[in-house]
Design a protein around this ligand. Structure first.
Ligand SMILES: [Zn+2]
Length: 311
């Protein structure tokens, strides 16, 4: 009796710990869509992490055998079996790595001193209008990587971004933080959903996509190709969602600024549509002023990519 209850407890906690468990995901996705629409797809393990896990198990077996049969030291075998995981971590989490999917973080070979300002995780009904006000005052154009489910909830905010002449780009529909575990089918559905929604709201189909948290997977390669999207990450970020003073943000961005670089800030959050972005809002006009006085011209990400093609 006790043992049975213990096993049930273990299974229950395993389900809670693993966010990609099908039933948990259904709840999570349904909650993310405010309970209005049901979830049209189920999640399964994607190929990338499964392949790395399989390679690791095979390496472990090879090292156990070599230790047992040829007396090879385990101090060689055990660290070496971590190699696939190190590869997986760099390829998935490093923002500028292109091993799994071509990733743009900087445009080279430009004739002018151009730089792109991007905002993630909006639209937010409280923060985005303030960002738009600063950009209008400073006569600066930017790119907004919006989350589909926020765009659907705040259509007026996303329309005002486009009306001010900024670029609206795809930052997924649900913003799954474990996007690198998604199958190509699930990823395509999420990306397409955001593409269709943005087209409906602002009339244009985004040509660029930024994955949630900047994480990549091998599945993104085919999804980007089939939807005609280019994956764009960033090469200068202020860590504006992790605290820090406005001055620290200004100093960091200005230190990292260089021709053709892509700056990432946040005008929203995947957790709440009304986040506290006061520090970023204080830093934003200072960043623009300082970079302009350094001779930079702000362009949208698509303009940056088009100018590269012409260069
Ligand atoms: Zn994001």
């Amino acid at each position: 009796m006790n043992r049975r209850r213990k096993a049930g407890g273990f299974l229950h906690s395993a389900k809670t710990i693993w966010p990609w468990h099908e039933s948990d995901c259904a709840d999570m996705l349904q909650g993310a869509q405010e309970g209005k629409s049901h979830v049209p797809w189920n999640l399964r393990f994607a190929e990338t992490p499964m392949t790395f896990a399989a390679v690791t198990i095979l390496l472990w077996l090879a090292f156990v055998l070599s230790y047992a049969v040829w007396d090879v030291s385990p101090w060689i075998g055990i660290p070496a079996s971590g190699i696939p995981y190190a590869f997986f971590a760099v390829a998935t989490f490093h923002p500028s790595n292109s091993w799994l999917c071509p990733t743009i973080t900087r445009v080279r070979g430009l004739r002018e001193k151009l730089i792109a300002l991007t905002f993630d995780d909006g639209p937010s009904p409280t923060v985005t209008p303030q960002v738009l006000k600063v950009l209008k005052e400073k006569e600066t154009k930017a790119t907004f990587f919006v989350i589909g489910r926020w765009a659907r909830r705040y259509p007026e905010t996303i329309r005002s971004i486009a009306e001010d002449g900024h670029e609206v780009a795809n930052h997924s529909y649900l913003h799954p933080r474990h996007v690198y575990l998604w199958t190509a089918r699930t990823l395509r559905r999420d990306t397409e959903l955001a593409q269709r929604l943005i087209k409906r709201l602002v009339g244009t189909v985004p040509p660029v996509y930024r994955p949630p948290v900047g994480f990549r997977s091998v599945e993104m390669r085919s999804v980007m190709r089939s939807l005609g999207l280019r994956l764009v990450n960033f090469s200068a970020r202020a860590f504006d969602t992790q605290g820090g003073s406005p001055q620290q943000m200004v100093d960091r961005i200005c230190r990292l600024a260089a021709q053709g670089r892509i700056i990432m800030l946040h005008d929203g959050s995947d957790r709440t549509p009304e986040p506290d972005c006061r520090a970023m809002l204080t830093a934003l006009p200072l960043i623009i002023e300082r970079l302009k006085s350094d001779g930079y011209r702000f362009v949208t990400v698509s303009e940056l990519l088009n100018l590269q093609a012409q260069a």
